[in-house]
Design a protein around this ligand. Sequence first.
Ligand SMILES: NC(=O)c1ccc[n+]([C@@H]2O[C@H](COP(=O)([O-])OP(=O)(O)OC[C@H]3O[C@@H](n4cnc5c(N)ncnc54)[C@H](OP(=O)(O)O)[C@@H]3O)[C@@H](O)[C@H]2O)c1
Length: 308
Amino acid sequence: MATTRRELLKLGAGAAASLAIPRAVLGQQAALFSRPIPTTGYEVPIVGVGTARRYNVGTEAADRGPLRGVLDTFSRLGGSVIDTAPSYGTAEQVCGDIIRELGNRDRLFIATKISLRGLSGRDAGIAQMQQSMARFGTEYVDLMQIHNLNDWRTQLALVREWKDEGRLGHIGITTSFDPQYADFEIAMREPGLDTIQVDYAIDNRGVEERILPLAADLGLAVVVNLPFSRGGTFARVGSRALPDWAAQFGIETWAQYFLKWVVSHPAVTVAIPGTARLDYLIDNLGAARGAMPDEAARQRMLSYFESL
Ligand SMILES: NC(=O)c1ccc[n+]([C@@H]2O[C@H](COP(=O)([O-])OP(=O)(O)OC[C@H]3O[C@@H](n4cnc5c(N)ncnc54)[C@H](OP(=O)(O)O)[C@@H]3O)[C@@H](O)[C@H]2O)c1
């Protein structure tokens, strides 16, 4: 008999110690919903993994073991998008090391960034991309994003060249700051982009008015960062139970409520919640299966959340 999602969630909590979920159990899980990146048609599952902060660890097995368990189970369950950056401390190196150990590079969609803080220029961008590729032990990155628009005109010209040369599969820009939205819209209209990455959550909807509709008009994929507002969404609901009607959408936890709300926006391609625990991974991937809320249901979810 198939293992239910609830049982798998329990296994995930138990497996946090052993770092393993039996293969037979993983094999019984339904496929994750995917969406195409409009410019290339490349399909990505709608829930990925973000690596800021929690993947900034040293080389100790006690720190890396749980992350290894997450990235292994992630790809075994059909997950693929991993978002990282050279500016996340050791996170990019940690991901690169683990992925090489696991040998699952081919099953993953690696999204990293040119993160120039206080630096600019073509040479700085080249040096960072070369460093990222060395960390992943690869000569190809699926998505290279210009982090927070830093030096974006120079870096955009550079990543276009690298994409034309076949070293990058997709190119994009990111932000998580409202004051950057006006410049972000200008950058979005530049030719050659495949993706944007923006902050969007049930309690942070600033991109709804202009950025998401523009992305849809321009045919750009949307990667969502901060889908839990760095944990703020959980703080708002506290220990309250989910409303009964959430079960209609296969929602068993608040994490799935927040993620399904985000990924059911028609312009959104993939959300990348910060995920460094196996139980969180299994929980979050549950939001990429089962019924999805339609617009009326999204409104109901929002109203309910705001009433708390
Ligand atoms: N400008 C940019 O390009 C930019 C900016 C910001 C973020 N990002 C990307 O977006 C990713 C996501 O952002 P984020 O990690 O800062 O914030 P987030 O995804 O909104 O929230 C992460 C928080 O949610 C908690 N969490 C995750 N899954 C959970 C679950 N199933 N149940 C309960 N709690 C759960 C985590 O707990 P723990 O603390 O216990 O792990 C963590 O505190 C980053 O990792 C990064 O890759 C990009």
